[in-house]
Design a protein around this ligand. Structure first.
Ligand code: SAH
Length: 249
């Protein structure tokens, strides 16, 4: 059996948002590896071994996937959203770079998925319609000082900003700290989108002006998008549309 490794994105939650390419890879797989809730989204079947693991063991999980593919198995590493966005693809390549030379001959593919910021943006309208950036607010893998600096400079450059991992039980204050940096960096009132559990039955959307935005409005399943100074709201009886015009002056 010729082994291969696919690093796949399962999208934001709705099965309709999984690409046919990812569905085909899962149908051919012998092994699926990933964080517990993501592996739970893959249906069990004969001939498929599921390997759910804890979130904190990314590099071990990546090395495990490479070892299995090297033994001839057909392995899919799953992430939510897109596997390159704050997820497993980079971890697999880190393990590949540090691992045995033989791993470099393996058939490895990254299968993209719909990342949370694009799913959230689509639900609200088009807040990412002009230049934007994405910042991971988790300081597990980088110092808070670096995050603070990036937020300040992104606000100064007038990007719309998509915040991943805005808040967790271990980091209850990070989003409030990020809002404080934003308030100090931009005088204008920017709209803030809280998009929770997009494309799942628990989905909730809320838009508030930056002065009224509080960390407690988000959890680990929330995507927070802060508009640029140009981002606008169209009021409608059926709910507002948030968008950033394509041109800026
Ligand atoms: N690789 C993933 C991101 C992993 S980081 C992707 O491309 O989407 C995990 C963070 O993504 C969460 O803390 C949350 O901020 C965001 N997220 C993931 N799924 C989401 C969803 N369905 N709705 C809103 N935010 C989501």
């Amino acid at each position: 059996m010729t082994g291969w490794l696919a690093i796949a994105g399962l999208g934001p939650g709705d099965p309709d948002l999984v690409t046919p390419e990812v569905t085909a890879a899962l149908a051919q797989a012998t092994d699926v590896i990933g964080y517990v809730p993501y592996v739970a989204r893959v249906a069990a079947r004969d001939g498929l071994t599921l390997h759910p693991s804890d979130n904190r063991v990314e590099l071990d999980r990546a090395a495990h996937a490479l070892r299995l593919a090297d033994e001839g198995r057909r392995v899919v590493v799953v992430s939510s959203g897109d596997p390159s966005v704050f997820a497993m693809a980079a971890a697999v390549f880190e393990a590949l770079e540090a691992g045995p030379a033989a791993w470099r001959a393996l058939d490895i593919r990254v299968l993209p998925g719909i990342t949370a910021m694009l799913a959230a943006s689509a639900r609200a309208g088009a807040p990412l319609g002009h230049d934007f950036c994405a910042i991971n607010l988790s300081d597990n893998l980088k110092p808070w000082g670096m995050i603070e600096r990036r937020i300040r400079l992104a606000a100064e450059a007038d990007f719309a900003i998509a915040f991943y991992n805005p808040r967790s039980k271990a980091r209850p204050d990070t989003l409030d700290d990020a809002f404080a940096v934003l308030r100090a960096s931009c005088r204008d009132v920017r709209p803030v989108l809280f998009a929770r559990a997009v494309s799942t039955p628990d989905e909730m959307l809320d838009i508030v002006p930056l002065p009224d935005a509080h960390g407690a409005m988000a959890d680990m399943r929330t995507m927070v998008i802060v508009g640029s100074s140009q981002t606008r709201i169209i009021a409608r009886p059926v709910g507002p549309i948030l968008y950033t015009p394509r041109s800026a002056s």
